[in-house]
Structures are given as C-alpha cells and as structure tokens.
Design a protein around this ligand. Structure first.
Ligand code: ARG
Length: 410
C-alpha cells in the first residue's frame, strides 16, 4: 500500500507545489487538509471549494476542508484573552494561535486516513515550522513530519515554473507583494518593501484596518468569567463577536502594529500586523481585571502572562507548563464579569468606563466626599508600622538621630 501523508494545505503556491513534490520525491499519496480559521476575514472570506478543487488538481488523493472557526475562537482566542497574551508586550499571537488548531486537525485526519506522516509548507526561517512540528510531536510522537519547502530550495519563480510544468492551477501574479497569514484574531503581513524596518508600511498592506468611519462611537462589551459574551447588550458567541468587532474597530483604523520581533530561530524580523478585535478585546479585558481582581492575584497573574505568551509563540501550546498556567488563568477569571465601555475615534480605541456586579471598587472607600466610609483613624498606626523597619534602619545604621516614631519605648 502506498504510504500516505497529510499536508497542511492553504491553497497558495507553496502548498500546491508541495502536493506534487511530496508525490514525486517521497512516492506518497497526499491528503490535503485545509483548516478554516477565519482567513480572508478582511476580504469577504476564502472560497474553500475552490481551495479543495485546487488541491485535487495538484494531485491530492483527497482534499478535506475543516471549519475550525468556532473552535479557534472559543478554545484558542479566549484562553489567549484570559492570559492577556501579547508576545514581547505587543503581538497578540495571531499566527501562533492558529497553528495548534491546524495541528490538531492534521493529526486527526492523519489518524482517519491512516497516514504515517504530516507535512507543512513552511520554510526553515520562521516560527510556524516550530509550531507545526513541536505541536505534532506533542500530540502524536509517532508521526513523521515532512517539510518539503525547507528542502526543495525553490525560488518563487522556480515554484511557478514547477506548477506550470505539472499543470497545477494556481492564481498568482508574478509580483506578489506580501506574505500574508490571517485568521479571526488578526493578520500578519511580511516581505516586500516592509522587510526594510525603516520603510513606512504602505497603506496597501492594510485590509482589516482601513479607516472608513467618520463619527466617533462607543461600544459596550459584556464579559462573563473573562469571556466576552455581548456587544451593546446583544449576546454573541466568541466567533461572531470577534468578527463583528473586527469590522467595527477596524473601520476606525485601530489595530495596527509595526514591530521588530525575536523569532524562535534567532532571527529579528520586522512585522506588520492588524488585529482590531483582538487588541480592543485585550484592552477591555485587562481593564475589567483592574476592577475585579484582588490585588495579589492580579499582580501574580501579570507576572505569568508573558510566560504564557512566550510558550505559545514558541510552539509549546500542547505542553505541561502551558496547561498548568491555563488552569491558573481559568481560576483567576471566575469574577472577571461585567461591562467595559470602549470609545472609538480616528485610529484610537480606549476605555472610557467599566462596571461589574462583583466590582472591588468601593465608592464609599474611594470617595473624598461626605459619604466616605473609610476609617481614617486606622491609617495612622498602619502607616507607622509600615515604615517602622526603614525608620529603625535610618536611626541605627544611617546615624540619623531623632528617635524613629514607633521606637519611642526603647
Ligand atoms: N511573526 C509572526 C509569528 O511568528 C507571523 C508569522 C506569519 N506567518 C506566515 N506564515 N506568514 O507568529
């Protein structure tokens, strides 16, 4: 029986060439698996039937399209939101979140089709190869992983020629401007003129954050235990909620990032991102935590968040530490319930109000007006004890005479 390989298929030039290349060089049958994680959100969506037909025309024995949008939103974007996940403080892990979703389905399809290997179209320079391979190893250590694009050494022109030689139907223009990776959580744009970190990204790189709205507006996001559940009081599941926010927030031109980032493989790269919904949700969610998380829990959580983002960025979605941190974050979200009011205006999105039935903000304690309930007399002794240690130090070791307050009895 011919050996089978399950290939992560996007419908683009590289993975189309990969179908034929794997057949030719490994003598295998290829099952193409395309996973819909919300690609093309900024441009009306992907034509998945066309993608499927292209895989078959390229030589695949089977082509499967998996709709993983709801799963992506609920099981991957929501945990990232709970973790306020931003790699190196800025990048909301767009591509890093979709790879483990894709891996899950590749492994499932490999089992279903009796394949002994999975394959991906990544080159050797990026993070995505790491995520595909480490992810696959974590779920199915017995499967082999093939990375044809890391081996074949084809330039873009050579790939186009290869496709033509094998009648592989591709829709590429000679001068493809950017390399794009896209899902519900946002879009990564690389290559072309923006490979020079000094160059301002041309307007044509942006599709999700084209500023068309002219009047400022406000939107109220409702959260339950850290999960966004409504927009202006309308209940929505995570996937449609993210989609709606991408459209709304994006129309104000908010959600762009231009960063230099450290890849796992040691390369610094200039990255341009659009993530309007993700960045607005992250703003709102973190703000609601300010209102509802007890101080120590909040401070500890903030220390753990960057670690979670690093693990996921580095391809360790399926790992014991990531799992354990998830358990901590789930527990931390129990009371992150309430509403956040965002204001949108010309490229900006910011929080202008928040409220919660379990808010730890106590007006009586915070106010300076007559309704004050704070016991002022408690403050004096508290502050004296708080400073007792340094006062003693000042007197004894710094030779600052005068008798530290609170040491009067000595
Ligand atoms: N630098 C980002 C990351 O590692 C974006 C990667 C985009 N992937 C791609 N195949 N174009 O997550």
């Amino acid at each position: 029986m011919t050996k089978r390989v399950v290939l992560a298929y996007s419908g683009g030039l590289d993975t189309s060439v990969a179908v034929r290349w794997l057949m030719e060089h490994h003598g295998v049958e290829v099952v193409a698996v395309a996973v819909d994680v919300g690609q093309g959100a900024g441009a009306g969506g992907e034509d998945w039937e066309a993608v499927r037909q292209r895989a078959l025309a390229a030589g695949a024995v089977e082509a499967v399209v998996v709709d993983a949008r709801a799963e992506m939103a609920e099981d991957f974007c929501m945990p990232a939101l709970a973790a306020n996940a931003k790699y190196e403080g800025r990048y909301p892990l767009v591509s890093a979140l979709s790879r483990p979703v894709i891996v899950k389905h590749l492994v499932a399809e490999a089992r279903r089709h009796g394949a002994g290997a999975v394959a991906h179209g990544c080159t050797g320079k990026g993070n995505d190869q790491v995520r595909f391979e480490v992810g696959t190893r974590s779920l199915a250590p017995d499967l082999e992983v093939l990375a044809p694009a890391r081996v074949w050494g084809l330039t873009r022109e050579a790939s186009i020629e290869y496709a033509a030689r094998w009648d592989i139907p591709i829709t590429v223009t000679k001068e493809k401007l950017y390399s794009i990776d896209e899902n519900l959580w946002g879009k990564a744009i690389e290559c072309g003129a923006i490979e020079d970190p000094w160059n301002r990204p041309p307007e044509d790189v942006y599709t999700m954050t084209v500023p068309t709205a002219t009047e400022p507006t406000e939107v109220v996001l409702g959260f339950e235990s850290g999960v966004p559940v409504s927009v202006d009081g309308r209940p929505l599941r995570p996937e449609p909620l993210i989609a709606e926010l991408n459209a709304l927030v994006g129309s104000y031109g908010f959600g762009r990032l231009d960063v230099v980032e450290n890849r796992r493989v040691g390369i610094k790269s200039r990255e341009t991102y659009e993530a309007p919904a993700a960045l607005a949700l992250l703003l709102a969610h973190a703000d609601l935590e300010d209102l509802t998380l007890e101080r120590d829990l909040h401070h500890e959580k903030v220390r753990l968040e960057p670690r979670w983002a690093e693990l996921v960025y580095d391809g360790l979605w399926f790992s014991p530490l990531k799992q354990a941190l998830d358990a901590f974050f789930v527990e931390s979200q129990r009371h992150v319930t309430g509403e956040v009011r965002l204001r949108l205006d010309r490229g900006r999105c910011w929080v202008v109000g928040r409220r919660s039935p379990v808010s730890l903000y106590d007006h009586g304690l915070a106010t300076y007006d007559a309704t004050d309930t704070f016991r002022h007399e408690d403050a004096e002794g508290f502050v004296r004890l708080w400073g007792l240690g340094v006062a003693t130090w000042a007197e004894v070791q710094q030779g600052r005479a005068g008798g530290a307050p609170g040491r009067a009895g000595r």
